[in-house]
Design a protein around this ligand. Sequence first.
Ligand code: ARG
Ligand code: ZN
Length: 481
Amino acid sequence: LTVTTAGTAVTGTPGQATARSGWGRPTHAPAAPTPGSPGLGDSYFPDYGNGGYDVDHYDIRLRYEPATDQLSGTTTILARATQDLSRFNLDFLLGVESVRVNGWSATFAREGVHELAINAPRPIVKGQSLTIVVKYAGVPSTTRVNGYSSWTRTADGGLAVNEPESAWWWYPSNDHPLDKANWDVSVSVPAGVEVISNGVQPRPPLAEAGNRVRWSWRSTSPGATYESFLAIGQYDIVTDTAPNGQPVVNAYSTTLGPLAPAARASIERTAEIVEWESTIFGPYPFEAQGGVAGPVDGIGFALETQTRPVYGPGFWRRGSNTYVIVHENAHQWFGASVSVADWRHIWLNEGFASYAEWLWSEEQGEGTAQELFDFTYATYPADDDFWQVQPGDPGANDIFDGAVYDRGAMALHQIRLAVGDDAFFRILPQWTAAHRHGNGTVEQFQALAEQVSGQDLDAVFATWLFTRGRPELSGEAAARA
Ligand code: ARG
Ligand code: ZN
């Protein structure tokens, strides 16, 4: 829950001041409090997240009307100041009615595209606890940034599911994986509508006045903001207990029609797949499991939302699909628990989740990782654009380019070949243990892989992650390709 920001502490340093006033008192007059930085300096998204404070908890209490897509409510943020603050920012798009900081009414202003700047109503000093209460309302699907909304309105409700930004459309936050927090989500909807989110249900859906029902969800492990989600609409919810004793909550949109059996056949294997992945990646890092099969008019991708990935309908079109279950749940270790310290390190998420699919294929006897490597190598001719994206630094517009996934998996296979299976399968759980519920960088992964294997891996990392063009294969490998 800690973050060191570019904008850290420009405060006085008591005890070190040498200048003295004529009155004989130390003058290192407290430096004037300064604004928290409007971003955390991410190399791809410099204004994502905010400096000057660190969030511990979001309490998100909402009311939603599927008929109009009207979302309103209050989010209470528990945070700690990491510097003296005159003002600080939250990332948020909906209309704000009021803001309170530690009980005091605060003035605020919208800045840039997604910044809500809040003036400290009383001085905030470094280390102080902050309670920030934001009341708001809006129609998230019509709240657009460059013509785009991460809130998807569907015929029966809505979905807040996207990466790297989706919280902007439903709760104010410090929207960067460097600032992890726990969260509670509570949503009032008309009776008969389901609401699904991360973690566990601290209480069953409770009836409210006006023929409404309030759903509650709780995330007890720290998570990045993009790992939070909301799915509202008509769902069949199936609960179970995983082999490790954890609650499993699966939810299937009732709009799936003929796709429903394949969605069920896939998502109901989540606990089995998580158990298998635990034997390779280390202990499962979260408190619950599951999956959400989103509606036919929802998203065109899947996302590793913490404890409970959300899947678009496209994954079920060719029948049951365990690979996407393997991929999104591998992200629970690589993405959700070990999160990127900067979006430049996206290979740590997508390369690893893609390689998990190759390991599953190997496990199922459906083709070894080596065969999949050879196939992928041959699929893209040397002059294909595929080879022009460097998975280790793809650029802000290409964080989800196919090369980050496929060449990213190829890079892990080359690392495995270089260090040998024994070291490789010790590196993976050591990595997830060392950065559990934290953040990581590609450089840190290379250092760990070198330490565990005792090998210099500069050439492998440079060739497969940081060089444009199709790498040459040598000897036997070249003959096979
Ligand atoms: N991390 C997601 C995955 O499982 C990718 C999300 C892509 N986002 C999008 N809007 N297409 O690969
Ligand atoms: Zn992925």
